[in-house]
Write a protein that binds this ligand. Structure first.
Ligand code: PLP
Length: 400
């Protein structure tokens, strides 16, 4: 029989994928299921990006490229960091991979030894914990509740640091909460890091372009250039340019770390797809004028979902600054009884019951490390969102 390696023994396929698979199976069987689980924009990749990929294929750019990105892509990445973030990286300080997920994986594999700790504010994206574990590290969860806007505070960071701490991993705007760190939120954390020079900072800026109202996105390295020798700034084209299937992520950081990440990549996937790299250059260099309209569309949907959730007795939802997720509490409904006679004891029960009885698929907060909550991805049509929220409200009204 197959005996799994110890490094994956306790890991499973992500709960989000399992829920999506169950919901899709019900949908295929003819049930009118609305899936609010997907972590991807519902927009199409813009045409000028597709055309750049087609042109690359026609030019014969279909071979292996330089290991962690073509010189032209690295130039576009450096230009992006300079133009949008005020960050200056040399050519050997940037890298490209098959998605930001692989960037994070390369960085953890390249830097962690058995027992090294990675501080991860929770709730967090489900992959962080398992990427750290698979790399031999120890994730250290720091619970960040709704009272701090799901953000890490300086006191909590200070308390979590030990001599074994290798990284602090931050994500803003956040999956799953949509919360974002502004300059005033980052400053106190930077002060703590400045007092602990052995702690490195990894920041996941994937949702940089999806922010609302008057929130101003900032990346910590731009506020604290002194962190440059120990900061990895991670980004990608998946969310901003609706390119999740193309698989391209990138990062800027200290040259020795970037070189270590290339070693990991050289023995796993080699270069990212040559065609995708051409598309990513067009995305980063090209017009950015379609982004505001997409942001506005997401903002309208955020408001629709937050308002509808807060109108349900027992449910409360913070209005997030960015990304395309809401993270609402269902704690006010725990202990109630369904018409089928079942007790809702947890967020997992709540989500499972809504899928079965109301045909709406959502992800329980426990999957992200904070039980009592549930995540809705609102990257779907307003019509579907309205229908889904109406179904949730109707179902909740039947609870005893
Ligand atoms: N980081 C966060 C916070 C995410 O939500 C995701 C995708 O869901 C990623 C990174 C990975 O993105 P990709 O591998 O598509 O670049």
């Amino acid at each position: 029989a197959f005996r799994p390696a110890r490094r994956i023994e306790d890991l499973g396929v992500s709960e989000i994928l399992q829920i999506t698979a169950r919901a899709s199976a019900l949908k295929c069987a003819g049930r009118p299921v609305i899936i609010l689980g997907a972590g991807e924009p519902d927009f199409d990749t813009p045409d000028h990006i597709k055309e750049a990929a087609i042109a690359a294929i026609r030019r014969g750019e279909t071979k292996y490229t330089a290991l962690d990105g073509t010189p032209e892509l690295k130039r576009a990445i450096r230009d992006k960091f300079r133009r949008e973030n005020g960050l200056d990286f040399a050519a050997d300080e940037v890298t490209a991979s098959a998605g930001a997920k692989q960037i994070l994986y390369n960085a953890m594999m390249a830097s962690l030894n058995e027992g090294d700790e990675v501080i991860i504010p929770t709730p967090c994206w489900t992959s962080y914990f398992d990427i750290v574990r698979i790399s031999g590290g120890t994730p250290v969860a720091v619970p960040c509740g709704a009272d701090s806007g799901f953000r890490l505070t300086a006191e909590a960071l200070e308390a979590a640091i030990t001599p074994r701490t290798r990284w602090l991993l931050l994500n803003s705007p956040s999956n799953p909460t949509g919360s974002a760190y502004g300059e005033d939120d980052y400053r106190p954390l930077i002060e703590v890091l400045e007092r602990h020079p052995h702690v490195w900072l990894m920041v996941d800026d994937m949702y940089e372009h999806i922010v609302y109202d008057d929130f101003r996105f900032v990346t910590p390295l731009a506020l604290a250039p002194s962190l440059k020798p120990r900061c990895l700034t991670v980004n990608g084209v998946s969310k901003a340019y609706a390119m999740t299937g193309w698989r391209l992520g990138y990062a800027g950081g200290p040259a020795p770390l970037i070189a270590g990440m290339a070693v990991v990549q050289s023995q796993s996937t080699s270069c990212p797809s040559s065609v995708t790299q051409a598309a990513a250059i067009a995305a980063l260099d090209g017009p950015q004028d379609f982004l505001p309209a997409r942001r506005d569309s997401f903002a309208a949907r955020r408001n629709l979902v937050v308002d509808a959730l807060n109108a349900i007795p027992g449910v409360t939802c913070r209005r997030p600054e960015g990304a395309f997720y809401t993270f609402a509490s269902c704690e006010g409904l725990l202990g109630r009884i369904t018409p089928e006679g079942q007790r809702i004891d947890s967020d997992r029960d709540f989500c499972a019951w809504l899928l079965e009885s109301a045909n709406v698929a959502m992800v329980p907060g426990a999957a992200f490390g904070l039980p009592g909550y549930f995540r809705i991805s609102y990257a779907t049509s307003e019509a579907e969102l309205k229908e889904a929220l109406a179904r949730i409200a109707t179902a909740c009204a039947t609870l005893d």
